[in-house]
Ligand binder design. Structure first.
Ligand SMILES: C=C1C[C@]23C[C@@]1(O)CC[C@H]2[C@@]12CCC[C@@](C)(C(=O)O1)[C@H]2[C@@H]3C(=O)O
Ligand SMILES: O=C(O)CCC(=O)C(=O)O
Ligand SMILES: [Fe+2]
Length: 398
């Protein structure tokens, strides 16, 4: 999202100030969530053997069947990992080191680059924090466009290296995101000719003007991981998100048909790809955005870097005509990324249902009423189920 795009303040509980996590030897009540269900203790799970069918798919982008495998993963999971994606391990190491050095700064220094109440860029708790009564065990740094201004405040004499790495990462991620978009759209039978929703009137490069927000997330070691939440369950307001996670596990995705949380194990040099809400919309619900969260660890610090990729902010996003017809009418009204973020800032996970078209015949159409393991993977997010005792997710098995 280019910096010219206006910010979208979140409206709910007041945002909580940042603090020095290292100084807390016990988990304060304000951070105590109801005990987490699912695999909450990352280290324990690392030693558990998971069966194939329960693991998030890993796709080798050099595999001639990559497009087909990606389609299957999007339909069944809304998330997959990629290897041989073309982004060098050394760049992933460099961005991780950038994040580590940023979060290792003293709190007072980090607060010099704090995200303002109506801003997007800068240091602070996750934007969604304001929707939850309990605090999250994490801190973040969001970068839209150039980080120069904030980097100067953080490292007055030594900011150029950080800026150069961020720029290189933005470029590499943008290229990969566009490649992944074509693979995902290709798996739905969509080609360049079918995609006219973005900038170019000829449809030549529909991703012209598409860009990404970089989100550095830090999850310090935590005295009581069973009661703490790193980042609460959410879907991303993106077309797709590319996530690099350090070697400590913590990312979990919600497997809707099984009703359970599944850990996504870090793969050295691999990247996690999440389907976001905007892809959910353009695919007319065929590929659902995935609920995910981050849990924390008793002894190990964890870092993740998300590249939240979306279209040019004022371009209308809507179900692709080729994916809707009389039997499967468009499920969502047109919306720009900018407008979507504004609604998300006010209504959080009710956003998809708020832009859903009120059409009775749409009831069973999301994700093509697919039966997976005998259960419909319903994503009519107008009904609610509880995915855990902390988060009520607006999703249901109809
Ligand atoms: C483009 C954006 C997506 C995001 C809100 C934002 O304006 C910038 C930060 C993004 C992020 C990263 C962490 C998780 C998340 C839910 C949040 O609180 O801030 C996402 C937002 C999103 O996808 O809605
Ligand atoms: O840290 C993680 O694994 C998840 C981060 C995330 O979901 C995000 O930045 O949107
Ligand atoms: Fe996310």
């Amino acid at each position: 999202m280019p910096s010219r795009c206006k910010s979208h303040p979140v409206h709910h509980l007041p945002n909580k100030p940042c603090l020095d996590f290292k100084s807390l030897k016990e988990l304060p009540d304000s951070f105590k969530w109801a005990p987490l269900d699912g695999p909450s203790r990352a280290l324990e799970l690392e030693s558990e053997s998971e069966s194939e069918s329960e693991s998030v798919p890993v796709v080798d982008l050099n595999d001639p069947n990559a497009q087909k495998l990606i389609g299957l993963a999007c339909k069944a999971w809304g998330v997959f990992q990629v290897i041989n994606h073309g982004v060098s391990k050394s760049l992933l190491d460099k961005i991780e080191a950038c994040g580590k050095s940023l979060f290792a700064l003293p709190v007072q220094q980090k607060l010099k680059a704090v995200r303002s109440a109506d801003g997007v860029t800068g240091y602070g708790p996750a934007r969604i924090s304001s929707f939850f009564p309990k605090r999250m065990w994490s801190e973040g740094f969001t970068i839209v466009g150039s980080p120069l201004e904030h980097a100067r405040q953080l490292w007055p004499n030594d900011y150029s290296k950080f800026c150069a790495i961020i720029e290189e990462y933005q470029n590499e991620m943008n290229t990969l995101a566009e490649k992944l978009m074509w693979l995902i759209l290709g798996s739905l039978g969509i080609s360049t000719r079918d995609v006219k929703w973005a900038a170019s009137p000829t449809g030549a490069n529909p991703f012209k003007g598409a860009s990404g927000v970089i989100q550095l997330n830090s999850y310090p070691a935590c005295p009581d991981p069973s009661r703490a939440m790193g980042l609460a369950a959410h879907t991303d307001s993106t077309l797709l998100t590319i996530l690099h996670q350090s070697s400590t596990s913590g990312l979990q995705v919600f497997q809707e048909w099984a009703g359970s949380w599944v850990m996504v194990p870090p793969i050295s040099g691999g990247l996690v790809i999440n389907i976001g809400d905007l892809l959910h919309i353009i695919s007319n619900g065929l590929y659902s955005s995935v609920y995910h969260r981050a849990v924390v660890n008793k002894t190990r610090h964890r870092l993740s870097v998300a590249y939240l990729y979306g279209p040019e902010p004022n371009v209308r996003i809507q179900p692709l005509p080729k994916l809707s017809d009389a039997n499967r009418p468009p499920l969502y009204r047109p919306v720009t990324w900018s407008e979507y973020l504004g609604i998300k800032g006010k209504h959080f996970d009710k956003t998809l249902s708020l832009i859903r078209l009120n059409n009775d015949s749409n009831e069973d159409n999301d994700n093509n009423s697919t039966l997976i393991n005998g259960l419909k993977r319903g994503v009519d997010r107008t009904k609610s189920i509880k995915v855990d005792s902390n988060t009520k997710i607006l999703a249901a098995f109809a």
